[in-house]
Design a protein around this ligand. Structure first.
Ligand code: ZN
Length: 165
């Protein structure tokens, strides 16, 4: 065997190992992406998708508000039917429509956190996600929400760094 053949064999082995490593990484990336898109699985935190009860009840929730064109009418409908709901609000909308937020709280409904700007949370940094959640919590508290503030990730997705509060 010549030294040229040895170099050629070594080059082929390196190429093969590199291709196998790239295929493995691609496979892992596809699995992580599919897992992150799942509605019933997440990497961290507790996902609350049901509560044990003997009563026949449903949890009514509204996302992405408050939106002045719908919120007052919706509050009227809920009051007429004596229904309490949870509103998962977007922080920048709360800041923009503070009066609608306090109206929701004063009507006895629960407010949840739906991030500050409604981004996809997948593969975002821990710092980014913390800012999205904490700034929204802060403005929701300023509007008068007491007790725990639950978090619903935008688009139903979660990330490696996204904890449920
Ligand atoms: Zn949403």
């Amino acid at each position: 065997m010549t030294s040229g053949q040895n170099k050629s064999d070594a080059g082929l082995k390196l190429l093969l190992k590199t291709m196998i490593a790239l295929l493995l990484l691609l496979g892992i990336a596809i699995l992580l992406f599919m897992y992150s898109r799942s509605d019933d699985k997440q990497f961290m935190g507790i996902l609350i998708d049901r509560v044990d009860t003997d009563r026949k009840v449903v949890a009514l929730t509204f996302d992405d508000g408050p939106q002045p064109e719908y919120t007052q009418e919706l509050l009227g409908i809920l009051e007429a039917h004596k229904i309490k709901a949870t509103f998962y609000l977007v922080g920048k909308n709360v800041e923009r429509h503070f009066d609608e937020t306090t109206a929701i709280i004063n009507a006895g409904h629960e407010i949840g956190n739906h991030s500050w700007s409604h981004p996809r949370m997948v593969f975002k940094s821990q710092k980014f996600i913390a800012e999205e959640i904490e700034s929204t919590d802060k403005v929701i508290r300023a509007a008068g929400q007491l007790g725990e503030i639950y978090f619903r990730p935008p688009f139903g997705t979660n990330s490696l760094h996204c904890h449920i509060i």
